[in-house]
Structure formats: C-alpha cells, structure tokens
Design a protein around this ligand. Structure first.
Ligand code: DAT
Ligand code: MG
Length: 151
C-alpha cells in the first residue's frame, strides 16, 4: 500500500476568510491522518525555495507578496495515495476550472487567490515537508479508525 505524506498549506486568504477548519475537516473526513500542523508567517527565503520552479515567472513577485500578506497554516496529511488525492481535493490551479466539490472549486475565483497549496509529487512533498517543518514536528501515530479505513 502506498502510504504517503503530503504538504498542504492554507494560504493567507484561506486563513483570513476562515476556511481553515473546512479544509481540515475535508482531510479528516476522507480518512487521512494529521501528522503536523502549525500557523506561521512565510518568509521570502522559504517561498523562493518552495516555489523554486516558479521564481523566474512574471507572476512570481505578486505570488510572493500574496503569500507574505498574512499567516499561513502548514499541514502534513498521511494516508494511501495522499499526494495525488490531496491534489484532487484541492482542484485545478485556476479556481474557475476547479470542479465544484473541490476546495478551490467551492471557495475561490482567481488563480492569485486560490487559498491552498498541495504537493504535486511524492518527491516534492518530501522536499516541502522538510522545508516547512522540523523533523521532530512530524509525528508517527496510527488513527484508531485505521482498520475501518483500510482492508
Ligand atoms: P498549484 O498551486 O496548483 O500547484 P503551480 O505550482 O503551477 O500550481 O503554481 C503555484 C501557484 O502560483 C498557484 O497556486 C498560483 C500561482 N500561479 C500559477 N500560475 C499562475 C498564473 N499564470 N498567474 C498567476 N498566478 C499563478
Ligand atoms: Mg505547485
């Protein structure tokens, strides 16, 4: 079974608009386990590393300003195929192309205010989790529902 950990981050608009609880609920209800969570301010250095593939893009300065505009909530969720499923739960990058029922499809309109981040591969998830969390913050524990979720 491909048990994975993914990095999910609620961006400043999601925090300001009070959508954090809804996003947590969706991952909990799906059956994923919360391995870590914290509220913090991002920094330019963290964002340059986190979005190292995008730093040359023309929209990057605005993206950085947006992500520095208020607290973010960093989370690690664990479970079977958590990375790819987390991306499906978030919806498409452009919220107008996100299906209703996804987080972006239900709560936002513009790509520059798309309220959440989710890792796009297991490799990037590991990189992002190491960037945003100390190793000691990532907890190993098993939900009491484990055997009711997995055959
Ligand atoms: P995702 O967040 O779905 O993984 P991404 O990694 O391609 O998408 O881009 C990271 C973020 O950058 C995205 O959530 C919003 C912003 N972004 C991406 N493409 C953009 C564009 N064309 N114009 C403005 N912002 C953009
Ligand atoms: Mg991405």
């Amino acid at each position: 079974m491909a048990m994975e950990r993914t990095y999910i981050m609620v961006k400043p608009d999601g925090v300001q608009r009070g959508i954090v609880g809804n996003i947590i609920s969706r991952f909990e209800q799906k059956g994923y386990v919360m391995v870590a969570m914290k509220t913090r301010m991002a920094t330019p250095e963290l964002l340059d590393e986190h979005y190292c593939d995008l730093v040359e893009k023309p929209f990057f300065p605005k993206l950085r300003e947006y992500l520095l505009s208020g607290p973010v909530v960093s989370m690690c969720w664990e479970g079977k195929e958590a990375v790819s499923t987390g991306r499906k739960m978030l919806g498409a990058t452009n919220p107008l192309e996100s299906a209703p029922g996804t987080i972006r499809g239900d709560f936002c309109i513009e790509v520059g205010r798309n309220i959440c981040h989710g890792s796009d591969s297991v490799e990037n998830a590991n990189k992002e989790l190491a960037l945003w969390f100390e190793e000691s913050e990532l907890l190993d524990w098993e939900s009491h529902s484990h055997d009711w979720l997995y055959e």
